[in-house]
Ligand binder design. Structure first.
Ligand SMILES: Nc1ncnc2c1ncn2[C@@H]1O[C@H](COP(=O)(O)OP(=O)(O)OP(=O)(O)O)[C@@H](O)[C@H]1O
Ligand SMILES: O=P(O)(O)OC[C@H]1O[C@](O)(CO)[C@@H](O)[C@@H]1O
Ligand SMILES: [Mg+2]
Length: 518
């Protein structure tokens, strides 16, 4: 997997590109269709236009220059006139994989209720404990009654796990049970697994839909602007930041350090910081920093303490990993093969304490708070609940009709400016190939810098690199994100070898990778 060449691309006038999703009819001819039962549903009878036009698409980018081409579009999600399953034919299952995230139960609840109440389908199974549950555990029958209250609980009533993705055993289980709709809720790893399952289902010629619902508390799944649970996580993080602030404010030279989630992207840290206004320094994986010397972190901490008497630092779990790596060589992986990160929060706290202990003239009191699992375990907030409902409903509509095929990897483009949410169907390849990251040359990061007044940790020579990058960018770089990250990491490793510590980091490469102008 992982090559865009497998994607269904359609081109139109003025540079219009449709990144389409596969369809069951791609490999099963002469599929029978049925009128969508929604048209007989009293709840929807007053809705003027409840079916989505098959040709409706949603642009990937909201802002387009008047002289530029129309760009990439996705199929708009929503109910279609015709469906490919009769109600009594549907045999669905739902599985949740990967780390926990607020909203999982809401998505499960709404898939079940949409299948039952809108499509009259009443055979829905829960797979217990992630992918391995397909072949090693009993299933859980799901009914609207069973799932009625589950959105009020954190976690997932189905359980989750890492590892255990055994393609043949999973597809055997799907085939043996006669399951024809597989709803898979999980992060990038899960969706890679979903893509593998779809390919095997297709290879075997089974009439079954694989519909992926992207889950990531880190908000780092490509294409989608906001993932479910993210809003809740930002809200919940405020409790930890407030506590750190109270502790810091109450001590002389008090420093509060809060570690928030975000393996490869600092979205939670950035938004939680912007929302709080009590944070003096936010560190994210995308923006390298250094401790010692002019313009370094210690200098800034000292300055803030002199000015304010206290300070709060928010650090994303993936930040500064290169720095910690210099003093530790342990590299462990979880059951899914994800690299386990060093505890940057603890490491940074120790470094700051040691620095000021050496200084003697400025004793500090530092408190470190790691609310990671407290944040992940809460039920979703009302905004996320509504969002989960839309996601789940769109996913079922997709499975029933539009794209009864691949991971009708159901994503959304969140056009907040219009106060509405547009759901789209996206080929899973798009999600599998890339991660969303905070673009540190974007306005949002600048807003953060101006809100905290923290240094950007960029040195003059970094700025020169930025300018060079801009020139290169003008010449239309085609460098892919992955290549850039690999190149960037290689260069970092080289710097460690050469100089013993990070001197400058060509962050421009990441921006180029995201295809953004400065
Ligand atoms: N490349 C892959 N091919 C097949 N299965 C995979 C792949 N990567 C991960 N999986 C499976 O997907 C499941 C979840 O993966 P993982 O633990 O990486 O979590 P995730 O979905 O990325 O969510 P999180 O954001 O919490 O990490 C696991 O069961 C794992 O075995
Ligand atoms: O401890 P666990 O459950 O393996 O997961 C931790 C990881 O999961 C995430 O919350 C993503 O789901 C990351 O932010 C974090 O690194
Ligand atoms: Mg993952």
């Amino acid at each position: 997997m992982g090559s865009n060449s497998q994607m269904k691309i359609e081109k139109g006038d003025y540079g219009f590109v449709l990144e389409d999703v596969p369809h069951l009819s791609d490999y099963i001819p002469d599929l029978k269709t049925y009128p969508n039962p929604m048209r007989f549903n009293p709840a929807y009878s007053v809705v003027k236009q409840y079916f989505i036009d098959d040709d409706d698409t949603v642009p990937e980018k909201v802002v387009v220059n008047k002289n530029s081409s129309r760009g990439v579009h996705f199929r708009r999600a929503g109910p279609r006139q015709k469906v490919y399953f009769a109600a009594d034919e549907v045999h669905a299952c739902i599985v949740t994989c990967g780390g926990l995230c607020p909203g999982l139960n809401t998505v499960i609840r709404e898939i079940v209720c949409t299948l039952y109440h809108i499509y009259g389908a009443n055979r829905v199974l829960g797979i217990d404990g992630g992918y391995r549950g397909f072949y090693s555990k009993n299933t859980i029958p799901l009914t609207p009654r069973f799932v009625n209250d589950i959105h009020k609980r954190g976690g997932t009533i189905l359980g989750s796990s890492r590892g255990g993705h055994e393609k043949s055993k999973i597809v055997d289980s799907i085939q043996d049970r006669g399951i024809n709709q597989v709803y898979i809720i999980g992060g990038d790893g899960t969706q890679k697994g979903a893509a593998v399952i779809y390919e095997e289902i297709k290879r075997r010629g089974i009439k079954a839909v694989v519909a992926g619902i992207p889950k990531t508390i880190d908000n780092d799944i490509a294409v989608i602007d906001r993932s479910f649970g993210f809003d809740t996580a930002v809200e919940e993080a405020q409790n930890a930041i407030n506590a750190a602030h109270v502790e810091a404010e109450s001590a002389e030279n008090g420093v509060g350090v809060v570690k928030l989630m975000g393996r490869y992207s600092g979205f939670i840290a950035m938004y939680a910081t912007l929302a709080s206004r009590d944070v003096d320094l936010c560190l994210i994986p995308e923006s390298p920093f250094y401790l010692e010397g002019e313009g370094g972190l210690f200098e800034y901490v000292e300055k803030r303490l002199k000015e304010n008497g206290h300070m709060v630092i928010v650090v994303a779990e993936g930040a500064g990993q290169e720095l910690v790596a210099q003093s530790s060589s342990i590299t462990a992986k979880d059951a899914s093969g994800n690299k386990l990160l060093f505890d940057i929060g603890m490491w940074l706290s120790d470094k700051i304490k040691a620095h000021f202990a050496k200084k003697k003239s400025m004793p500090i009191t530092l408190k470190y708070i790691d609310p990671t699992y407290m944040i992940r375990a809460v039920p979703s907030n009302p905004a996320d609940n509504i969002y989960c409902t839309l996601l789940a409903q769109s996913c079922v509509h997709g499975a029933m009709a539009v794209t009864p095929a691949l991971l009708a990897g159901l994503c959304m483009v969140d056009k907040l400016i219009f106060r509405s949410v547009l759901m789209v169907f996206v080929d899973m390849q798009r999600i599998v190939d890339h991660h969303n990251t905070v673009v540190i040359t974007d306005r949002m990061w600048a807003r953060l810098l101006s809100s905290t007044n923290q240094p950007s940790f960029l040195r003059p020579k970094d700025m020169i690199e930025f300018q060079k990058a801009e020139e290169q960018h003008q010449q239309q770089q085609t460098t892919t994100f992955n290549q850039c990250v690999v190149g960037w990491r290689k260069q970092q490793r080289q710097q460690f070898r050469n100089k013993g510590r990070l001197q400058s980091v060509p962050m421009f490469k990441l921006q180029l990778a995201n295809g953004l102008t400065f």
